[in-house]
Ligand binder design. Structure first.
Ligand code: C2E
Ligand code: CA
Ligand code: CA
Length: 354
C-alpha cells in the first residue's frame, strides 16, 4: 500500500477492499489513466525477489473504470460492481493485465447487477403480488390476474416492475423471479382472498418456459396441490410463440396435464401468431390493450379486436379484453362477443392482503 500511495497525487486516494485495493486517480486523459495502470503492473512485476536462490514472481491485475467529471450522477454501487468485474476479467486473462470496464463485458456487469437487485428484493421481502379482477360478461365466473409489484422500502408503496422484468429477461435471472411468482401464487390462493376466485392467472416469462428445470419445477408444484392447480391459469406473452414451438408446447402440455390452464397474453400484438395459434393447446386469449384503446376510433384496431374474437371462437377458446378504461369500450367489447373484461374501469390492481 505504501508503494502505491507514493504514486498518487495529493487529491487522489486508495483503500483496501477485501483482497484488492481500490484507488481513485484524477488524470488529464483516459490514456494517462491507462499508462498509470500499466505502470502499476510493471512496478509490481519489478518487485520479484528470490528466497534461497528460488525466484518468486509477483503479478498484479488491474481493473479500470473511467468516470466522467460529472460525479454527481455516478451510482457508486454500480461503479464498484463494474470495476470489480473488470478486475475479474484482468485476473482471468492471466494476471499482469489491465482490463477496462465496459470494454469486453458490459453484459456481465449488467447481469451481475440485476441478479443482485432481484436477490435484494427477495431477501428484504420487497416483492409482492397485486391482483386485478377479470369480470365475466354474463356468467358468474370470477377470475383475477396476479401482477408483480416492488414495494418501496420506506413507504411500502407498490410500483410496477417493468424495468426489472425487462432487465432480467435480457441479462438472465427472470426464471428465479418466475419461480418466486409460481410459489407465491400457490401460497396466496390457499391462504388469502384469492381462494374465492374460480381462476387465478399468473404471468410467466417466455424465457422461463423454455427451460427444462422450470418446466419440471412447475409440474412438481402442480402435482403436489391438484386442488389448487385447477384454479391456476398461466399467461404467456404472445411473443413467446416466435420461439421454438416444441418447447413452448411442452410447457403448455405440462401445465394442462397438471390441471391448470394456459392463456395467450397480448394476443394480436405479434404477427405470426395467427398461423401458429391453431397448433397450441390454450384455453384463453387476452386481446392486447393497445387494440382496446383504439377500438372506438381506429378502424384497424377495431378490426383486430373482431378478428381475435372470431379466431378464438373458431377454436373454442375464451377471450379476455385487457385495459378496458371506458364505458364505451366496454359496450363495444360486449357487443363484439368478448367473454371477459379486465381494466381500470372494472377494478384497479390492489395488493393481495398477506
Ligand atoms: P400484462 O401481463 O399485459 O399485464 C397487464 C398490464 O396492464 C398490467 O401492468 C396492468 O396493471 C395494466 N392495466 C390493467 N388495467 C389497465 C387499464 O385499464 N389501462 C392500462 N393502460 N393498463 C392497465 P403492469 O402491472 O405494469 O405489468 C406490466 C407487464 O409486466 C405485464 O403486462 C406483464 O407482461 C409483466 N408482468 C407483470 N407481473 C408479472 C409477473 O409476475 N411475472 C412476469 N414474468 N411478468 C409480469
Ligand atoms: Ca398478463
Ligand atoms: Ca397483456
Amino acid at each position: 500500500a505504501e508503494l502505491l500511495d507514493a504514486r498518487l497525487h495529493p487529491t487522489e486516494g486508495l483503500t483496501r477492499s477485501g483482497e484488492a485495493m481500490i484507488m481513485w486517480v484524477a488524470r488529464p486523459s483516459i490514456e494517462a489513466i491507462d499508462d498509470f495502470a500499466h505502470d502499476l503492473v510493471e512496478m509490481v512485476r519489478s518487485l520479484a525477489f528470490d528466497i534461497d536462490g528460488e525466484q518468486i514472481a509477483l503479478t498484479a491485475s488491474v481493473g479500470v473504470l473511467h468516470l466522467t467529471d460529472d460525479l454527481g450522477s455516478t451510482d457508486f454501487r454500480r461503479a464498484r460492481a463494474a470495476v470489480g468485474d473488470a478486475l475479474q476479467l484482468a485476473v482471468e486473462r492471466g494476471g499482469d493485465q489491465v482490463a477496462v470496464a465496459n470494454e469486453g463485458a458490459p453484459d456481465r456487469i449488467e447481469r451481475m447487477f440485476e441478479i443482485d437487485r432481484l436477490q435484494g428484493y427477495i431477501d428484504n421481502s420487497q416483492l409482492a403480488l397485486a391482483y386485478q379482477e377479470i369480470v365475466s360478461v354474463g356468467t358468474a365466473t370470477r377470475c383475477c390476474e396476479l401482477l408483480l409489484r416492488i414495494l418501496d422500502p420506506v413507504t411500502g408503496q407498490p410500483r410496477p416492475p417493468v424495468d426489472l422484468i425487462s432487465a432480467l429477461e435480457r441479462y438472465g435471472g427472470i426464471t428465479k423471479l418466475d419461480t418466486w411468482v409460481v410459489d407465491e401464487a400457490l401460497r396466496l390462493t390457499q391462504t388469502t382472498e384469492l381462494g374465492d376466485y374460480d381462476h387465478v392467472c399468473l404471468n410467466v416469462s417466455a424465457r422461463s418456459i423454455g427451460k427444462a428445470d422450470f418446466v419440471e419445477y412447475v409440474a412438481m408444484r402442480l402435482a403436489e396441490a391438484p386442488h389448487l392447480a385447477t384454479k391456476l391459469c398461466f399467461e404467456i406473452t404472445e411473443t413467446a410463440t416466435f420461439g421454438d414451438l416444441d418447447t413452448i408446447s411442452e410447457f403448455m402440455s405440462t401445465v394442462i396435464d397438471g390441471g391448470a390452464a394456459i392463456a395467450l397474453d397480448d394476443f394480436g400484438a405479434g404477427a405470426t401468431s395467427f398461423a401458429k395459434f391453431s397448433t397450441l393447446p390454450i384455453q384463453k386469449v387476452k386481446i392486447d390493450g393497445q387494440f382496446v384503446a383504439g377500438c372506438l376510433n381506429e378502424p384497424v384496431d377495431r378490426a383486430i379486436v373482431l378478428a381475435c374474437v372470431n379466431i378464438a371462437r373458431a377454436r373454442g377458446v375464451t377471450t379476455v379484453a385487457e385495459a378496458v378504461e371506458t364505458d364505451e369500450q366496454q359496450q363495444f367489447l360486449i357487443d363484439s362477443g368478448v367473454d371477459f373484461l379486465q381494466g381500470y374501469l372494472l377494478h384497479r390492481p390492489e395488493l393481495v392482503t398477506t
